[in-house]
Write a protein that binds this ligand. Structure first.
Ligand code: T46
Length: 134
């Protein structure tokens, strides 16, 4: 499984830093939704699902966390600890977020509006669907 990281250009000057996120430019899809996760308690794992159609880019704006990506064959954990680094989470990739620092703010740009029916929240079902796709 290929881990896809986007390195955003920092438009910095002596006043500080700025990163611009633009759909179909440095974000590889139309951005239809933005949400952010913060205040996650220590030792809590989140996620535990795959999306049937949704593509996403996750960026840790502050602090750090890890994201486990699992394509049904292989699992890889990625540390997000820089606001200029975005992790692409493609459709049909099982993902779990963990090791949140107390100050972690994880922003996620999503290609679709929120739709609970797009979630596969059962790992056995995920493996079954993913196996029959490929
Ligand atoms: C994902 C990972 C990275 C909404 O009402 N609207 C939304 O846009 C979202 C994302 C969530 N919700 C509600 C659904 C739940 O009642 O917020 C609550 C928490 O969502 P969830 O338990 O799905 O959160 P995570 O952290 O497990 O997963 C989230 C996203 O849901 C998911 O799409 O890929 O972050």
């Amino acid at each position: 499984m290929k881990i896809e990281i986007i390195n955003f250009e920092i438009k910095g000057n002596e006043r500080g830093s700025l990163i611009a996120l633009e759909e179909n430019k440095n974000i590889p899809f139309d951005i239809r939704r933005v949400y952010y996760i913060f205040g996650t308690k220590e030792k809590v794992r989140r996620g535990f699902h795959a999306h049937k159609q949704l593509n996403q880019v996750a960026i840790c704006l502050n602090g750090s966390c890890k994201i486990l990506l699992d394509d049904g064959n292989e699992k890889k954990a990625v540390l997000l600890d820089q606001p200029d680094k975005g992790l692409i989470i493609r459709e049909m990739i099982w993902h779990e977020m963990f090791d949140f620092s107390e100050d972690c703010v994880l922003i996620v740009l999503a290609s679709e509006l929120y739709e609970e029916s797009d979630y596969i929240r059962n790992y056995e079902k995920y493996l079954c669907i993913e196996g029959s796709n490929g």
